[in-house]
Design a protein around this ligand. Structure first.
Ligand code: SAM
Length: 400
């Protein structure tokens, strides 16, 4: 195989504060281009990564400007396009919604790159992507990639495998048909007795839940489905208490706010709190405020996980911390630093404005999840394609 001399560079569409970059930089990926429309996200990105002249603040639909700024043609393009319309909050508008349809702004830019398309594309979104319009939006998204010449893989990873946050996300990876990496297993390639692709999918188990496997089985792509030999990541050991600050120096609520939230607990949730209060010791949990039957309720969870971080639109989406310490029950808002830790970016530079930070992290990707995608898919394919074999550390080359 001839190795093209292409640097290990990527373009990050819908870059936000740059959590994809935060993960990819660990293995030497350099950002050639980042795009987002939100100046507050841009300022957080630059606060953390420094000047970043490649950051293009602008609308992804403005294809001429995108192409002008995207002078270099990177190996990889990533796109965690807005999820707003792929959930109840966005009325399930799907690709008819203004926010999530920006995916096609990204697609236009890729299409216009002609022969200089990225070799690999990675999309990330919420699991509502799989059910939006009965699966039709997902099928449209992957078919569009296939029409551009990409073989497609897809899987679901939950951040809770790596950090104490429940955050399942769908990934779609497009491998350009010109790629020669021998580790890409294309549908229809026959092994001794079975389709090698089907065998690889079966052996990857929980990476592809039933809803995803059904969609794949029902969708015939102009290229086809492809995959790598993947195994689900191992569950990390962690304690929610290790990312939540429990000391007296935190902004704990006063008695009135504490009492108000106590009163908002349902019988079941009150029992959860009371049993821990009377047991003594340290208990750390999180609380969501939800409207149930026109009444605002506080719902606690003590399962060692925070709920999925979201942007604090409307107030109720902001997470609350509950700490029970030797019988004393205290509540407070979860802090931006705790959001950063739950996204696997504990040292990320915060914005001065709390809400700005919460928006940045609430919208972001979970860094260790992207690291897993990189270690298992992106970097191996890049190295197969672009790095002479003797330059790959012996252990990794052997693992092939
Ligand atoms: C799900 S967030 C991506 C967050 C990012 N991956 C991170 O880790 O910070 C989607 C992003 O799309 C951006 N966006 C929305 N509409 C856009 C448009 N028309 N052009 C460019 N970016 C847009 C939003 O500002 C938001 O930051």
């Amino acid at each position: 195989m001839t190795k093209a001399a292409q640097p290990k560079r990527f373009a990050e569409f819908f870059a936000g504060i740059g959590l994809v970059h935060e993960a990819l930089k660990d293995t030497g990926w350099e950002c050639a281009y980042a795009n987002d429309i939100d100046p507050k996200k841009e300022s957080m990105y630059k606060g953390h990564f420094g000047e970043s002249p490649y950051y293009h603040l602008g609308d992804v639909w403005d294809t001429p400007s995108v192409l002008k700024r995207l002078e270099e043609r990177p190996f990889l393009a990533t796109a965690s396009f807005p999820c707003t319309d792929l959930s109840l909050a966005g009325h399930w508008n799907g690709f008819e919604g203004e926010a999530s349809s920006t995916y096609f702004g990204f697609v236009n830019a890729i299409k216009e790159l002609g022969d200089a398309k990225p070799k690999v594309i990675m999309l990330e979104n919420v699991t509502g992507f799989l059910t939006s319009k009965g699966g039709a939006d997902f099928v449209r998204a992957v078919t569009t990639l296939a029409e551009l010449g990409y073989w497609v893989d897809t899987l679901v990873l939950d951040a809770k495998i790596f950090v104490p946050q429940s955050r399942p996300r769908v990934f779609v990876v497009g491998f350009h048909e010109s790629l020669q990496s021998p580790r890409i297993i294309r549908q229809g390639q026959r092994a001794m007795f079975a389709d090698a692709w089907q065998t690889a999918i079966d052996e990857a188990g929980t990476l592809r839940p039933q809803v995803l496997r059904k969609l794949m089985a029902e969708t015939n792509l102009p290229t086809g489905w492809a995959t790598l030999e993947l195994r689900p990541p191992k569950q990390a050991k962690y304690e929610l208490a290790s990312v939540i600050d429990t000391g007296d120096d935190q902004d704990w609520w006063d008695k009135a706010a504490n009492d108000k939230h106590y009163a908002m607990l349902s019988v079941l949730h009150l029992a959860e709190v009371e049993s821990r209060r009377t047991a003594g010791g340290l208990h750390v949990g999180t609380v969501y405020r939800r409207c149930r039957n026109d009444e605002m309720r506080a719902e606690v969870r003590f399962d060692n996980l925070a709920g999925c971080l979201r942007t604090p639109r409307g107030g109720s989406a902001r997470q609350i911390v509950i700490v029970i310490d030797d019988g004393r029950v205290r509540f407070r808002w979860m802090s931006p630093r705790e959001y950063a830790r739950l996204q696997g970016a504990p040292n990320f530079v915060l914005a001065e404005n709390t809400i700005q930070s919460l928006f940045g992290f609430g919208d972001g990707v979970c860094v260790p999840v992207i690291r897993w995608m990189d270690k298992n898919i992106l970097t191996p394919v890049y190295e197969d394609e672009c790095v002479p074999r003797q330059a790959i550390p012996a252990k990794r080359a052997l693992a092939k």
